[in-house]
Each structure stands twice: as C-alpha cells, then as structure tokens.
Write a protein that binds this ligand. Structure first.
Ligand SMILES: [Zn+2]
Length: 168
C-alpha cells in the first residue's frame, strides 16, 4: 500500500501502525496512569517505542513494553536492537522479505553451517558443477544436523535439477 504526500510523492505506507495503550485509575494515588507503545511495522522490521509513561511508572511501562515484544517474539520476530524505551525487531524467517538473511544454526546460532548437495560432471567444462542442494544441513560448530537445522531456512539458489541417489 502507498499513499501520497503533500508534494505528490508516493511513499510506502507502514503495513501496520498501532498504538498499544494501557490506561487505568490508580485509586491509592488518586490519579490516572497511562502507558502508550507505538508499533510501526514495515515489511522487514518493526519498531516498538514507548511514547507515553505516567511519572513513577517507568518500571511498569518497561514491563508493558517487553510484554508486547514477547508477543512479537512468539510470532518469530527477532530483536535487532533494544533501548530503554524502544525495540527494533527483525522480520520472522518465514517472511520472504527476510530471505537474504544469513542462515544460522537453530541450535547454537553459529554461521558455520553446511548443506548436503549433489554435484554432476559437466563434460563441456570438465569439472563438477552443483546440481542440487538437499534439505539436510550440518553445523560445524555444535555438530548438530537435520533437515530443519537452518534458521532462516536456506533458499535453494541452484536450479533444482533432480538429483536423486538412484539417478544414473
Ligand atoms: Zn550449531
């Protein structure tokens, strides 16, 4: 979605712009307490900013903010940076816009991961060329392996010519 600015420029609109608000009357102190967190979501990131805090409720507000962050983490978002009053989150791995992120081991977080692959002899160039990349992955750091080890799941770059174990 896009919208036009006053000078007729077309700019992308945030996918989501939402104010999380918690407001209640604190009877023991006879005053209204208001907490506001502004959430702005773009295709590849989300920012959560504490925009209003009633004096004396900073700790409460920080908990309110981390509670919203926790909801996003449960959806697969990851913390890119965090400050006292804001969080910057990266999009979930399943988001196609985040697919250029480097694959890491889902168990230990290392980038020393390798994939199982299959090479085919190229007669013209007299060398082995990559024919297919299999789902299986291995982590050289923690020695874990499995089809779902990589985070985010690696996108197969090579043209997927079928390369089954039984192929001639
Ligand atoms: Zn690992």
């Amino acid at each position: 979605m896009t919208y036009k600015t006053a000078d007729k420029q077309v700019v992308p609109e945030p996918m989501l712009r939402h104010i999380h608000c918690d407001s209640f009357f604190e009877t023991s102190e006879d005053r209204q307490v208001t907490l506001e967190v502004l959430e702005i979501r773009q295709p590849t990131f989300t920012t959560l900013t504490l925009t209003e805090v009633t004096d004396g409720y900073e700790v409460f507000a920080a908990e309110y903010l981390t509670g919203i962050v926790a909801m996003r983490l449960a959806e697969g978002w990851t913390i890119v940076s965090a400050g006292e009053r804001h969080y910057h989150l990266g999009s979930p791995p399943s988001d196609p816009d985040g697919s250029d992120a480097e694959p890491v081991c889902s168990r230990c977080g290392s980038t020393k991961v390798v994939r199982d692959a299959c090479a085919r002899w190229d007669k013209a160039n007299r060398r082995w060329v990559l024919a297919d990349v299999h789902p299986g992955a291995f982590c050289e750091a923690c020695e874990a392996d499995g089809d779902d080890l990589l985070q985010p799941p690696a996108i197969d770059g090579a043209s997927a010519e079928t390369c089954g174990e039984t192929a001639p």
